[in-house]
Design a protein around this ligand. Sequence first.
Ligand code: SF4
Length: 689
Amino acid sequence: MEKHMTVCPYCGAGCKMNLVVENGLIVDAEPLHGVTNEGNLCLKGLSGYDFVNDTKILTPRLLHPMIRRRKGAELERVTWDEALDFTAQRLSEIKEKYGPDSIMLTGSSRGPGNEANFVMQKFTRACIGTNNIDNCARTCHAPSVIGLMDTIGSGAMSVSIPGFEEASCIMLFGYNPAASHPIVARRIVKAKEKGARVIVCDPRVIETARIADIHIQMKNGSNLALLNAMAFTIIEEGLSDRAFIDAHTSGYEAWLEVIQQYPPEAVEDVVGVKAEIIREAARMYATAESSIIGWGMGVTQQRQGVHTVHAIASLACIAGKIGKPHCGVAPVRGQNNVQGSCDMGMLPNLYPGYQKVEDAKVRAKFAKAWGLPAEKLSNKEGFKLTDLPHGVRDGSIKAFYNFGEDPLQTEPDSADMEKTLKNLEFFISQDIFMTQTTALADVVLPATSWGEHEGVFTASDRSFQRFTAAVPPKGECKHDWEIFQEISTRMGYPMRYRNTKEIWDEVRELCPQFYGATYERMEGLGYAQWPIPDIEGEGTPDLYLDGSFNTFDGRALLLSHHWSAPTEEPDEGYPLVLCTVREVGHYSCRSMTGNCKALAQLADEPGYVHINPIDARKRDIRDEELVWVYSRRGKVITRAALDERVNPGAVYMTYQWWVGKCNDLTMHVTDPLSGTPEDKYSSCDVASI
Ligand code: SF4
């Protein structure tokens, strides 16, 4: 029996564990004392390893390359040389015929790690010559990255996960950590035991609401009205930190102009909560010694996602609840390496280390390091992942390279996404499973899985940690970074990395705030929390402690906006709000957790639509009954779960299930500033079958 140290491949909590290997198979997972998990793992961490062993419960592992020689033909098994030659030749032809911006790529925020993503974005920029690169943050925390960069200059969490436990007030906004980040939820329980006050702003009675001092059970889609009313209260009741505002912020007068129009009494109908409860929550947040606001998709997957993040950051600033220990803003990332994908420049406007593509000095630096003339690197911001459907429709995108994601399961309006993928002139998918998306590809490239490769992940709180391989690659699988560099070399831009350390050292050289994060520092249980500019220096658990923000003048920019109603309000035909959520036992598109014995036994298809018993009674629906859920996009069959914790007027579905797929019902309407879909609000109805 052998043990190999790694980091959990599921949520962004970054829990350290050992994988136990017997006769070449992973047979167990043991928690370790990592910086965030301190000897604990949740259900997914403990039971989510055996998909690597190719259990074939849901779908088999991809073990050899395949190509489709022409549209309509079957996928056929080929050698690696044939698959790579075919891919390089087709991409070169498309680049030649339509230009580099006709090719779009998306990185993987899951198991592959930072090195693979770095090489993919280098291939995109240096070899193909476009900035059309994005990652799944587009469908989750892009509004957090943009909204925080606009206000405080950096899109990352300003606090650390262990810091939650030391805060005296924690406000959770549209965030259900018990389902999405159980180890963070555990920290919040421990904070409560130490005397912290907990405020939960959520339409549902989520698990953490049960320990909350105040639960604002708000109406779906009212985030910005609630935050504006809290800011109004803090100003009106003299609870703002005037010294902090004067010394460290700008834009106060313009910010106040909007906020003055939001007394809590004026938004009771919009928020659905009595003004005094809003006022009480604002007082609790502003008067605590240290306060953290944690948020999730309930904030970002809304049409006003970026505006809401502006409101959160501005609220923290006017209350002086940022730039002090255990005090700040915490957009908690969902997939395990979504912070890392952003760190590695899998974004259409940013190079690795959040360096802007429009900045000539930045382009010159990368061009020099990559052996190119500076004019070879595009200064044009690329397409966002959610631009793909209309980019294919209007002919501007001809080829798509999908790396470890399953947009047909995870993106809104799946019928439209299927049409998009089928209408591509050339479609490559590099993955570990034959997902619904990969089955449509012209080239299928089988990659090694978490457990079979090594590298660095970034946890949600900016902590870099190393993970190692436990078992050899299955079948003919290659490491992701090797695949990218082999295609790049065939397309005329040679890359010759021999291992992930060489790649990581290049990342460190090009990104000053990551420089001190050496492999040596991250050996064993070691970690490095960026910014970490020096090899000898420490990392940074709390940002902005010197009162200086990452903006051009060092001041936070206060920004406020008026609330507006969601796009598709309920009406007679579709009287309920559909909101997509998570469940604790499954992850993302379910290709990994659905192939794990213990997790697959938790539930089977179809999943559930959670509905309040009042709404169920009106429709004569019983618990566990099979029902139709329908919207303007389509209808799906699923099971009803009568659930008192759900607010009347809304229903909730998770998006993992192939039968009862809720993204058949959601809309492709996006926040105009981030391109993030409004997955938390579509109108629908439920009926017995
Ligand atoms: Fe893995 Fe997240 Fe659970 Fe930790 S909390 S074991 S990182 S899924």
